[in-house]
Design a protein around this ligand. Structure first.
Ligand code: PEP
Ligand code: MG
Length: 947
């Protein structure tokens, strides 16, 4: 069932507090998060300004039926408006005491700042007079009116925001004033006139005076904003469906700008950056709500409210802590104080950093507000990444440029850029920090591409802070010493000028802005994090291993809780500088050895049935071939003998780091040309050396050919021999081991000698030898025989027994399809979903980037299949292989070691498919542990856990 259902119910408009009987989940679908929250708060007796919600169903109808509204809607809106006017004792457009309303979006899933809002609706020339009379404050009323025209003009009538801003700026400049508050009555009257004229000029119509027309237009503008560019982008980034639509909330306005006993604020019931159990928020005296959220003025801490109006502060604390108990989660709330009267405008589940999420989950479980299982479900697995990021080395000498607010943790270093387009463009190639006075929703693509974000204004709930936390990016905001000069493309702080392109570091954990590239330290995994992960481990069924090739990574993986190595790509060990010459020697000599060996074998065979004279001739030929073989065979064996101790030492290190946990070691996989220099580079070098030699010969005919030229020519020849049209489908994986069994044997020897070393030391080593790219069981048989022969030989020689398994990657579709026969030979399976996706889809791993972005943007595919397992296709192959494999070999151990092993959605799939373990990069191990726990809890909740 999709989330979108065409209008089926007959109630399109709910006054706050109505419709409780329908149940919460359904009400969220219909009323959106904000509308449902307002309804629930009204029901709970929280002081919420009255209003009504137009359902998401109306929005869906609006889009499905050529931007029209459902039948019967108009009457319902009229009735709800009547009720609202009755409750508030005021009427829209009234000339004596007018009702003003806000018109806001509110989808089922929070999309902060992405859609449109209109405030002060209902003002016109008459009601502005009424507001003046009622409040006794002409300045205030006129200020509301000009704000309304400004907002309505840009949001509803589509005028550029800067049309108004530039005019306002020009007026202030002329009057030599800095702040809006200094505008006098006459200035505001003139502004209202000017703004109306701007509307007439740019929109080609008069500013609407009829409040009901204003309401209809604003409502439709909010519906339209569901599909504005940034909302669509945000939904794509956050996996929110496009077809669920937004609700519209129409609510009586209350005013925070009625003087010193009024104000507005936002807050959290706990600190959203650290998770500390501390009432946390910001307050702006004599201001409207959007001043805080937009980060235009830097607000004071909430204690300012406590100092000014302790009774209001107490009431706020009391209500919000009740809300936290009621919703059993941190609340992010907005409030307004109108002449000492408190109104809660909104409450929702508070977004938080990963660090805060873990702390809050652990604290709430300890406070018995939620269960441990609920705590485990409260943290987004992917967000743990933030906790595992580096922080600035506390011992490092730092040049602090400025101190801002610690808005989103982690240290980020990059070159300074001053606008989002630049950040988006350059962020693909290099590390950049986006530096802005404040960010707006239009900057989101630049924020996405930057390493971190720095703003000079705005609080912890400003746009920059909220979005950065959501993205898991380091962010420092409200660094007031930072003076950004967009025109000159530089900023100054504390007398220092930082130009575009200069390096800075920001520390989102402390709020510091540092000059240059500061040294960083790795994250630690202890305290609440360890407690939390312990709870996750207690419920998960899937084991989590790591992909690690070197002992340092293996040790890190253990720290992060890996229960073994699921993939050691041995070829990575070959790329080390001191080993590469031996690898090259091995590659250069191997084919000659193979060719001569084959020739010798053929001669031996011919000799057997030959006449004595022929046999003599063949014998002589055989001798010659053997003599020719001696040199390359010596070099080939020599290269392998040189590589053996390196590999043995590597495996020893891995076994030690894994301390008795299984270590899956894969035999050589990539095509051999990857170890040799590039053909084009070699050709260029050969050409240069040839030209030099040519010149030398012109001087002296006898000039010898340089030895280096000879070597490079041979190398080039070999590179050309190795050239393949489709290297990923070419001579790689087990096909190499089949051609050159000595390489497999050398690797097996290194593994078993290292395992015997461990066993003889009294330690445990559990090697699982994995053969790559098997498509036919006979390929596996061939390679498994080599491994087992060497294992027997080494163990017999050492007199030591080592437990081991020989298994295979399942990464060729044919292997998945013939899993039953492959399981006859394999003692374990590990899905190589990178290659399985490549070959299953027919998408080249190295080239698919060119079109997959477009595929996802156009929804041809919902996700990049190299990131999240394509369950309907590749997943089916996996499920089949699991079923067939275990059918042939009950209890067959099955894991996954493709990149998908660290992707939460894919981990969940692996849980459902009944795998034994997932394996991923060390930094993703905690993410996979948590994703596995959540999969188990979801499975339990749905009653569908199969194992
Ligand atoms: C795979 O194909 O998924 C895999 C793990 O192997 P590699 O990425 O090394 O080809
Ligand atoms: Mg592979």
């Amino acid at each position: 069932m999709t989330e979108s259902q065409v209008a089926t119910s007959t109630t399109f408009v709910y006054s706050f507090g109505e419709g409780r009987a329908d149940g919460n989940a359904k009400m969220r679908d219909l009323l959106g998060g904000k509308g449902a929250g307002l309804a629930e708060m009204s029901n709970a007796g929280v002081p919420v300004p009255a209003g009504f919600t137009i359902t998401t169903e109306v929005c869906r109808h609006y889009y499905a039926h050529g931007r029209t509204l459902p039948e019967g809607f108009a009457d319902q809106q009229h009735a709800a408006l009547e009720t609202l006017q009755k409750i508030m004792g005021k009427r829209l457009g009234d000339a004596r005491d007018p009702l003003l309303v806000s018109v806001r979006s509110g989808a089922k899933y929070s999309m902060p700042g992405m859609m449109d809002t209109v405030l002060n609706l209902g003002l016109n020339d008459r009601s502005a007079e009424g507001l003046m009379a009622r409040s006794g404050d002409a300045r205030f009323a006129l200020d509301c009116y000009r704000r309304f025209i400004q907002m309505f003009g840009s949001v509803v009538l589509g005028l550029e925001k800067r049309t108004f801003e530039e005019h306002l700026h020009a007026v202030k400049k002329k009057k030599r004033i800095v702040s809006d508050v200094e505008l006098g009555r006459a200035d505001l009257e003139a502004l209202v006139r000017d703004f109306k004229a701007l509307v007439r000029r740019h929109a080609g119509r008069d500013f609407p005076q009829d409040p009901l027309e204003q309401l209809a237009m604003a409502r439709d503008a909010v519906f339209r904003s569901w599909n504005n560019e940034r909302a669509v982008y945000y939904r794509r980034q956050n996996g929110i469906p496009d077809d669920i639509g937004t609700a519209v909330n129409v609510q009586a306005m209350v005013f925070g700008n009625l003087g010193p006993t009024s104000g507005t604020g936002v807050g959290f019931t706990r600190n959203p950056a650290t998770g500390e159990r501390q009432f946390y928020g910001e307050y702006l005296v004599n201001a409207q709500g959007e001043d805080v959220v937009a980060g235009v003025r830097t607000p004071e801490p909430i204690s300012a409210l406590e100092a000014r109006m302790p009774d209001v502060y107490r009431q706020l604390r009391d209500i919000t802590s009740r809300l936290e108990q009621h919703y059993r989660d941190v609340q992010d709330f907005e409030f307004t104080v109108q002449e000492r009267r408190l109104f809660l405008l909104q409450t929702r589940t508070g977004k938080r950093t990963a660090q805060a999420a873990v702390k809050i989950a652990v604290d709430m479980a300890n406070e018995r507000l939620i269960t441990r299982d609920e705590a485990v479900m409260r943290v987004e697995p992917a967000s743990l990444d933030q906790l595992l990021h580096p922080r600035i080395d506390p011992k490092a000498k730092l040049e602090v440029l400025a101190q801002g607010l610690a808005a989103s943790p982690g240290a980020a270093t990059g070159r300074v850029v001053f606008d989002a387009d630049h950040a988006a463009e350059r962020g693909e190639r290099e590390k950049v920090i986006l530096v802005r006075k404040e960010t707006t929703p239009d900057d989101i693509h630049g924020m996405d591409a930057a390493q971190g974000i720095l703003t000079s204004t705005g609080g912890l709930t400003s746009h920059a802070a909220v979005v950065a936390r959501g993205m898991g990016k380091p962010c420092v905001c409200g660094a007031t010493q930072v003076v950004v000069d967009d025109k000159r493309r530089c900023f100054t702080a504390d007398g220092v000028t930082i130009e575009e392109d200069d390096w800075i570091t920001i520390d989102g954990g402390s709020g510091r802005v540092l000059r240059g590239q500061a040294p960083t330290l790795e994250a630690e995994v202890s305290g609440e994090f360890a407690t939390f992960m312990g709870w996750a481990d207690a419920v998960r069924r899937l084991k989590v291993r790591a992909n690690a090739d070197i002992p340092r990574d293996a040790t890190k993986a253990r720290e992060f809780g890996a229960e073994g190595i699921g993939l050691c790509r041995t070829e990575h060990m070959f790329f080390v500088e001191e080993r590469l010459p031996h690898v090259v020697e091995m590659i250069m000599t191997a084919p000659r050895v193979k060719a001569l060996e084959a020739k010798a074998a053929a001669l031996e065979r011919q000799r057997k049935g030959a006449s004595p004279a022929e046999a003599r001739a063949l014998g002589a030929e055989l001798k010659r071939v053997k003599a020719e073989l001696a040199e390359p065979a010596r070099r080939y064996r020599g290269a392998l003998a040189k590589l053996l101790p390196f590999q043995r030492a590597d495996f020893r290190g891995l076994f030690k780091a894994m301390d008795g946990h299984a270590v899956t070691i894969r035999t050589l996989d990539p095509p051999l040309h990857e170890f040799l220099p590039k053909r084009e580079d070699l050709m260029a070098q050969v050409a240069v050396l040839n030209a030099d030699w040519e010149r030398a010969r012109k001087r002296s005919k006898k000039a010898p050919k340089p030895a280096r030229l000879g070597r490079l020519e041979k190398l080039l020849h070999r590179v050309e021999e190795l050239h393949e049209f489709n290297p990923m489908l070419g001579h790689r994986g087990c096909r190499l081991g089949i051609s050159y069994p000595e390489i497999t044997a050398m690797q097996a020897r290194a593994i078993f000698e290292a395992a015997c070393d461990a066993a003889e030391r009294g330690a445990r080593a559990v090697p699982e030898i994995m053969i790559p790219l098997v498509g036919h069981v006979n390929e596996l048989k061939d390679q498994a025989a080599v491994v087992r022969r060497v294992a027997d030989e080494v163990m017999a020689r050492r007199g030591t027994k080592v437990e081991y398994l020989v298994g295979t990657m399942i990464e060729v579709p044919r292997a998945a399809v013939t899993a039953a026969s492959i399981a006859g030979e394999a003692e374990f399976f590990s899905f190589g979903t990178n290659d399985l996706t490549q070959m299953g889809f027919g998408f080249s791993r190295d080239d698919a980037g060119k079109f997959l972005g477009e595929y996802v943007a156009r929804k041809i595919l919902l996700n990049d299949p190299f990131v999240s397992i394509d369950e309907a296709g590749i997943g089916r192959l996996m499920e089949w292989a699991v079923k067939e494999g275990r059918g042939a070999r009950p209890g067959l151990k099955i894991g996954i070691c493709g990149e998908h092993g660290g992707d939460p959605a894919s981990v969940e799939f692996c849980h459902r498919a009944g795998l034994d373990y997932v394996s991923c990069s060390p930094f993703r191990v905690p993410i996979a542990r948590l994703a596995a726990a959540q999969a188990a809890l979801r499975g339990t909740a749905a009653g569908s856990d199969q194992r």
